[in-house]
Design a protein around this ligand. Structure first.
Ligand code: SF4
Length: 251
């Protein structure tokens, strides 16, 4: 843990937020089917990395084969997530879009590029964290045309309910120290709280993954797409990232 903390601090010193907060003044301020059981471990302890990696690979294969809701019939491919099975931080978004559906990886469009910069500003990367979504398949306005850009819509409550179990198994397997939700939908779903994202962002909460897994600290922040639409929000997200960095530096 001390080595990781030292490495994180070293990486943080080597990076800053100047490349993505340029326009903001700163600072101011239960699975659907075939659940894979996480490796056994003592209560409160994170399972061994090698054990988690094997379980996680099996879990991702089950998600890729899932057809538990109608999104599974229209998608090009399911998007389980990307990153380390031993991550200390999980970023959770809403669902895959056009680019993600085609590549099979979350956050690969413009929003993803900005998320990469945001993570880099506090020494994180998509290799060291885990990035996933509430639903694993692309919700489309016209499910008959997955090749059409701009064919995106939010997931329905039924689709979220059908897919939610996969995320909980991912969380119970990884056992991250922190979950960062990106945008309104993942915060509302995981916290079961309808409060708007502008009111809850930056406020630390706790998430219970269930089945005896330890509670996880949860930090809601804005979705990178919101920052692309309104660069003034970068100021708030930078504050949230500094809060995340401080939490990770705690031993
Ligand atoms: S969205 Fe989730 S529940 Fe629906 S088919 Fe895809 S993986 Fe299965």
């Amino acid at each position: 843990m001390k080595d990781l903390t030292r490495a994180l601090r070293r990486r943080v010193r080597q990076s800053d937020a100047s490349d993505w907060t340029a326009t903001a003044s700163r600072p101011s301020s239960a699975a659907p089917q075939g659940e894979t059981t996480p490796p056994p471990s003592a209560a409160g302890k994170r399972p061994a990395a090698a054990s988690k990696t094997k379980v996680f690979a099996e879990l991702s294969e089950k998600i890729r084969a899932c057809r538990a809701c109608p999104l599974g019939a229209a998608r090009i491919q399911a998007v389980p997530g990307v990153g380390s099975a031993d991550a200390e931080v999980m970023f959770v978004g809403e669902g895959p879009g056009f680019d993600e559906d085609h590549k099979g990886e979350p956050f690969v469009g413009r929003s993803g590029q900005l998320l990469d910069k945001i993570m880099a500003s506090i020494g994180l990367s998509r290799e060291t964290v885990y990035i996933a979504n509430i639903v694993k398949c692309h919700p489309m306005v016209d499910p008959s045309n997955p090749e059409k850009r701009g064919n995106d819509r939010p997931p329905s409550p039924d689709e979220i309910a059908a897919c939610r179990g996969w995320l909980d198994v991912q969380i119970r397997t990884i056992r991250p120290r922190v979950i960062v939700t990106l945008g309104a939908v993942p915060a509302r779903v995981l916290l079961d709280d309808p409060t708007g994202i502008t009111k809850i962002r930056g406020r630390w909460r706790t998430y219970d993954p269930g089945e005896g897994a330890p509670p996880v600290r949860l930090l809601p922040t804005f979705h990178p797409a919101a920052l692309l639409r309104n660069p003034d929000l970068k100021r708030d997200v930078w504050e949230d990232m500094k809060s995340l960095r401080a939490a990770l530096a705690e031993s």
